[in-house]
Design a protein around this ligand. Sequence first.
Ligand SMILES: Nc1nc2c(ncn2[C@@H]2O[C@H](COP(=O)(O)OP(=O)(O)O)[C@@H](O)[C@H]2O)c(=O)[nH]1
Ligand SMILES: [Mg+2]
Ligand SMILES: [Zn+2]
Length: 392
Amino acid sequence: MGKAKKRAGLARRSREVSREQACTVADLPALESLRDVPTFEDMGADAVQAAAFEAWVADAARRDEQAASEMHLGVVVRLDRGFPLVACVGQTLRAEHAVGFAKAHSDEQVLLPAVGDRVVVRISAGHDMGVIEHVLPRHSSFERWRGKKRGERQVLAANIDAILVVQALGSVRDTLELVCDRIARSMVLALDCGVDPVIVLTKADRCDDVELECVVRAVRQLVGPQMRVLVTSSVAGQGVDEVRACVPAGSCAMILGESGAGKSTLLNALLGHEALETGDVRERDDAGRHTTVARVMVSLGHDAGVIADAPGLRSLPLVGHERGLAKMFPEIVEAARACRFNDCTHTHEPGCAVCEGVEEGTIERIRLDEFLSLAREMRVSAQSLDPDIHLG
Ligand SMILES: Nc1nc2c(ncn2[C@@H]2O[C@H](COP(=O)(O)OP(=O)(O)O)[C@@H](O)[C@H]2O)c(=O)[nH]1
Ligand SMILES: [Mg+2]
Ligand SMILES: [Zn+2]
């Protein structure tokens, strides 16, 4: 079947699906964006996932050979209010969860499929809808805590290789301190799940040269010389190719940033057309009603990889992310070993090796300030945490 014909078939199927669920997915530009939806071939599966798939099917075949022959390896490319959209070899379809899917797992929040998950999906002849039977092992997962005391975790994306930390420049209400805090916190979260962050400063056209230089210098000092910091303007077409270069073919990046930061506009600039809705019309909230909560993956084309867009998040609490903190501030953690007191707060104590490092210029003041602030937040959140919650 020709590619165009296949796509027309997919579009027709998707239109049927969206008509059936008109009340739930009507507000999504499902047809438009199917064009940018990654195929299975764009994403593939790693060796561990492929082996886990084979093993799962072999096991299923022992119980029911017919059923096992209907199992396909797929990747969840879109989660919206309808059924998950799953890309398999040669076809992309909506799929429901197998009966008892959530019940079979103790921690539904973590094990329900997230966007980017490789899954076993059953496709039976004569059915438009697939059935997600199993989630295959993740090589990474980006989670965030939500809810205060309940400590509920939400997987925002699975199997990602990079996180684009998006922060808008030139906002009148953002102080430099706020900007730095948001960037540092996002980096800690990315590093904590073993994924490389890339800092993407957007809306550079809103700053004059002096302001731009000042912010960029502070951000570079904060994140350290190792970290990539890209300065972009989607309206001026600045830095877009540099962003694309951070997402090579075969890789998958997640875009993270608060609502209004310019994520969707940047994705549209990367795609070269208006695939995603922009502006703060429907995308303001990650908890309230009347908002679009879609998690959408788009393919940047044959010479680049895939990016997952997520709704803007109001908060990114740090809870038990010590590993990420240590990875973000290795020189501070290292110096702290030489402090005279074990419980040194690195603020005023005699014999504080961290403070000495700041004086000698081996530790940036701005990094220490941020480290102390995030470490304090983590201590507080750990105390208020329900003791039953397992920190994984
Ligand atoms: N001046 C300027 N405005 C931008 C730029 N990128 C996005 N915007 C505007 O910022 C607003 C929010 O953008 P959007 O992409 O929807 O942000 P999202 O919530 O992060 O997806 C929209 O009004 C965009 O037009 C840019 O590079 N420069
Ligand atoms: Mg958006
Ligand atoms: Zn100290």
